[in-house]
Design a protein around this ligand. Sequence first.
Ligand code: GLY
Ligand code: MN
Ligand code: MN
Length: 440
Amino acid sequence: MLGKEVFARRREKLKNILKEGDAILLVGHPAAIRNNDNHHLFRQESSLYYFTGCKEENTVMLFRPGMTPEYTLFLRPKDAIAELWDGYRHGVEGAKRDLLADEAYEVSMLGKMLLPLLKDSNRLYYQLGLDPKMDSDVLAALERVRAAKGRTGLGILPLYDATEITGEARIIKDEEEIDLMRKSGQIAAEAHKEAMRFTEVGKTEKQIQGVLSFKFLNAGADDYAYHPIVGTGNNATVLHYRDNDKLCKDGDLLLIDAGCEYDFYASDITRTFPVNGKFTAAQTKLYQAVLKAQLETIEIIKPGTLFSEVQEKAIESLSASLKELEILEESVEEIISQKLYRKYYPHNIGHWIGLDVHDRGKYLIQQESRPLEEGMMLTIEPGLYIPEGDMDAPAEYRGMGIRIEDDILVTKDGYENLTKDVPKEIPEIEALMAEKSFLA
Ligand code: GLY
Ligand code: MN
Ligand code: MN
């Protein structure tokens, strides 16, 4: 668990991004209550957590750099009965003590306090659409600010998208985040290794998912970072396969895309391997093509490399392999220029990762691809997917979906692979699969 000084440092970062006269209002999602009970976990909205460390639902943060108060929290009041059922609440006093708020109010005061707190601001950053009730409170407050300023000639308070600010703050990871991401990656890596040991002909995708769940929770993770994909045979060619309910058959490949959330931080790993523990000749050829693309792409990661160069590297490598394996017959130049590779590699090379598996942050700055910087984290996940019904592809590859995915930190002069502990070279995978799982 991160200390309150970490969140204070992040608010300092926010001060450097915002301009004088700016205000930013961050809200969480409304409480996740389903089936008329509250036994579904509430998980704080990532940006609100990033700047406050507050894990409670119904929390709102208003930050106004240089003003007094600068950092205001609105949150649920102390309530002995509610706390008996659902646990500790910071309350107004606790918000100042535990979370270092300059000022705190009960969340029911929000509508009333927004006018005095926003009337001297020049613009407001806020994310519309997270919580419709909050949106209407904020818009009503803006209207009151407008009315109050009516005769001053200052006009309305313009609204800007808060994700512009939160994304830029979150895209460079701090030391504490890097440690948590390493831990999240290690836990997920150990889970994938156990799944490889456990997999054999006759196991179900669901049983393998169970191994991942056990390993995540047993190692201290809080949850999945996203619903895992455990897809055998042709299921692996469905990019968002989520049923995970089929039997693993002899001769099929198995694709596992799974990561955990550890103290709010996501990991995201994909590995593909044969159910029976031995790659066939055709599986080897397609697998090596994806592995080559992944290794070549990771190799160019360093500060200054453009995100578009990372994309292009994977496209070039996969396109050359599609030609070499005679899956596409056009020239490599045509495969690239006409985007013919899209038929078998239909997604992007990766995404930012952090508090969210698809983390905030821009990929383009003023329409130009953004250079990588030290402290950024991204996934590298090339894949090739040949559906069983694709009569254009050579028969030997049909019904195979292969993706290999790791989480990469951009370092001062290169990169660190946070999920490298799961093998991806064929001899290493086969050796690991020959070991017996303690869960088998
Ligand atoms: N598991 C989600 C992704 O790979 O983007
Ligand atoms: Mn993934
Ligand atoms: Mn991913």
